[in-house]
Design a protein around this ligand. Structure first.
Ligand code: ADP
Ligand code: MG
Length: 214
């Protein structure tokens, strides 16, 4: 298989939905410590709606990514819905309607998606948000692809970086979102959104990694 096509992206979304379902209570427990105890429920509602939407055929990766973003924005009430929705909408906008994305195009689309999240949420690295998992993952992805690694290896590197970025949120003081209301009392707790974002990157490594895409 050459590149990331609709089937590969659907595998990614199904894998992420499965991880979210499995980690729903853990994500909510993290949000109970620094927020309002709904991150697991929010993400599970959103990804269940995304799974339902996969029954609607998508012509190309851009159409699937756009549909996914719109479903997330529509179905998730919390801050995370519009942010994850923006990620997928911007990814869609960064592809040119091709049937399969080259590894570099996939990486560029992901970067556009994360830049969209930053533009919308105004979070910087170190603010204790999903950006702390996503930004290092992107840098690792680009560095690996730039060094000539195939997409599977580059996504594994991205997933390792996302996990490290997630872990690094624990000592941080939140400066964005609900957790920021706690001020310094938010320190000592892993960020829920960084945790779900690491699951998203891990799902990409699994779904796009072992299919000869690179
Ligand atoms: P809510 O905070 O509305 O209850 P969720 O609990 O679903 O929404 O999501 C909380 C997560 O959203 C946080 O852990 C954080 O990672 C992420 N988040 C919140 N605000 C922002 C922001 N401005 N930019 C990026 N991520 C954010
Ligand atoms: Mg919450």
């Amino acid at each position: 298989m050459a590149g990331v096509d609709v089937e590969a992206l659907q595998r990614w979304l199904r894998g992420f939905a499965a991880s979210v379902a499995e980690q729903k209570d853990a994500l909510t427990a993290l949000d109970a410590a620094v927020g309002d105890a709904d991150h697991g429920a929010n993400m599970h509602r959103g990804m269940t709606a995304v799974l339902d939407s996969l029954g609607t055929p998508a012509a190309d990766p851009a159409a699937l990514l756009k549909q996914t973003g719109m479903v997330l924005i529509r179905s998730v009430g919390g801050a995370s819905g519009p942010l994850y929705g923006t990620l997928f909408l911007r990814m869609a906008g960064a592809t040119g309607g091709e049937g399969a994305l080259e590894p570099e195009t996939f990486a560029k689309a992901l970067r556009a998606g994360v830049e969209g999240v930053v533009a919308r949420g105004k979070a910087e690295l170190g603010d204790k948000t999903m950006i702390d998992a996503l930004a290092p993952a992107l840098d690792a992805l680009d560095a690996s692809l730039g060094a000539g690694e195939p997409l599977p290896a580059a996504l594994r590197a991205a997933s390792t970086a996302a996990d490290a970025g997630r872990d690094a949120t624990t000592p941080m003081t939140a400066r964005k979102g609900r957790a920021s209301y706690l001020g310094e009392r938010s320190a000592g707790h892993q960020d829920p959104g960084a945790t779900s974002a690491a699951l998203l990157v891990a799902a990409a490594a699994t779904a796009l990694g072992d299919q000869g895409t690179g």
